[in-house]
Design a protein around this ligand. Sequence first.
Ligand SMILES: Cc1cc2nc3c(=O)[nH]c(=O)nc-3n(C[C@H](O)[C@H](O)[C@H](O)COP(=O)(O)OP(=O)(O)OC[C@H]3O[C@@H](n4cnc5c(N)ncnc54)[C@H](O)[C@@H]3O)c2cc1C
Length: 320
Amino acid sequence: MPDPEETPARLAEIPNLTVLPGAPLSRYTRFGIGGPADVYAETGSAEAFIAALAEIRASGLPLVVIGGGTNLIVSDRGFRGVVLRYRGDRLMAANQRVMAEAGAVLQDLVDFTIDRGLRGLETLAGIPGSVGAAVYGNAGAYGHSISERVIGVRFYDGAAVRVFSNEDCRFEYRESVFKRHKDWIVFSTELRLDPADAAALRKIAGDILAVRNQKFPVTMKCAGSIFKNLLFKDLPSAAAAEVPESAVREGKVPAAWFLERVGAKGISRGDIHVADYHANLIYNCGAGTAADLCALIHELKSRVAARFGLELEEEVQYVG
Ligand SMILES: Cc1cc2nc3c(=O)[nH]c(=O)nc-3n(C[C@H](O)[C@H](O)[C@H](O)COP(=O)(O)OP(=O)(O)OC[C@H]3O[C@@H](n4cnc5c(N)ncnc54)[C@H](O)[C@@H]3O)c2cc1C
């Protein structure tokens, strides 16, 4: 096995790969939290990305792939291994089909489709992050998710580049096959959209953006919702009996409904706060740490478990 100590130097020899030893991951997360990675590397070239993966795997070093860092909690100790980011961001359209590379900003894809009078992604307006992570976590809002429009996903499984159909991706609410195979890297996705009036789509997206920007100011250091909403059919019967019909939307109960009832709004630990207007929104006031953030999440989960006998599941992903 090659000496892991030499990995940064070997990575630096790969053309088109930017390599930053010791990079602070707080710079790459919207929470603004996270210690250093042994190595951070990024590239817009699929070939360079695959070469880097081969090098890292040969070295035996741990690896994590990130996108825009908008849904990550990185440990204060950082990550002992290599953090890789794929930045290929091409967007292409042919008739009603659109190809988007994983490193593209999701909002750029939304704007790209709206500008071409293509309907289907406008309700995703304002969801931060990259296209690759949106596929990975089946991002969505306002009753729609990206999976409704995905025809196929091109990804690397560690040995070869493969293409999965929508069905192969096993999309569910905030889930996909890629969440269950964390070593599979999404390179691009193909989507099918419907023709529509661009001005009408722009209005829908603009209205959604205005609401979202109020709820999540663009400078807020957060990850959106911390916990997934819960499927009503999966609730323990005692908890289900307490939920009023009016709280159930599209078969789901917002995690915030349970959190509000255990007094989550406005509580804090250090510089980490639960918003006083939204019980499922936690943000860093500036000097917050991952330790405080994780402790607050643990506190909220414990309160909900004790009161309702159910376990909230994080939507955010942990690194380190
Ligand atoms: C203010 C705010 C509001 C939000 N609102 C919503 C919302 O309404 N709906 C919603 O669904 N989400 C929402 N989110 C969460 C977040 O925007 C999504 O989860 C988004 O898809 C994360 O994208 P990212 O590029 O930042 O991914 P990251 O946070 O960097 O990574 C998230 C996960 O994706 C994996 N990943 C990243 N790129 C790839 C790839 N190419 N291949 C395989 N795996 C990959 C990472 O390993 C990680 O596990 C919100 C977040 C914020 C901050």
